[in-house]
Design a protein around this ligand. Sequence first.
Ligand SMILES: [Zn+2]
Length: 143
Amino acid sequence: MNEITIKEILGLTDPNIIVDDTTKSRTIVKEDGVTKNYWRFILTYKLRCKNCGHYLNKNGFKTVQHLAPAGLWGLNFLIIKKQKYICKYCHHKELAKLKDINPNDHILRNLKIKEALQLSSNITIKQITENFGISTNTVMRQA
Ligand SMILES: [Zn+2]
């Protein structure tokens, strides 16, 4: 499976996110009859300091987990190593942002759209939470 296919399946459109090939890019965990796929990515790009305009130095990674749309293989989770940055001139710090997720959110935008579409048909909230492996509260917040 090539990189574009993986990204398409998981609903990732950000060109700066790439499959992490420094480690096993997919781990499968089976729990109570549910298959969970953990996909590993790296998010990095060149970024300028918003204070002084210089290019920021790369300063390690922060690993975060996001929920992606469920697929034929079960539930999908993204484990993303996000680039950390620091400005060597003014010491401003920054974390790489994934375009497919709103700031301070942990769910991909296209997954929310999918949830909303399901809410508009006859499916119950319970079915959605089961399909997506998310809490009722999450569904209600996005509805
Ligand atoms: Zn700066």
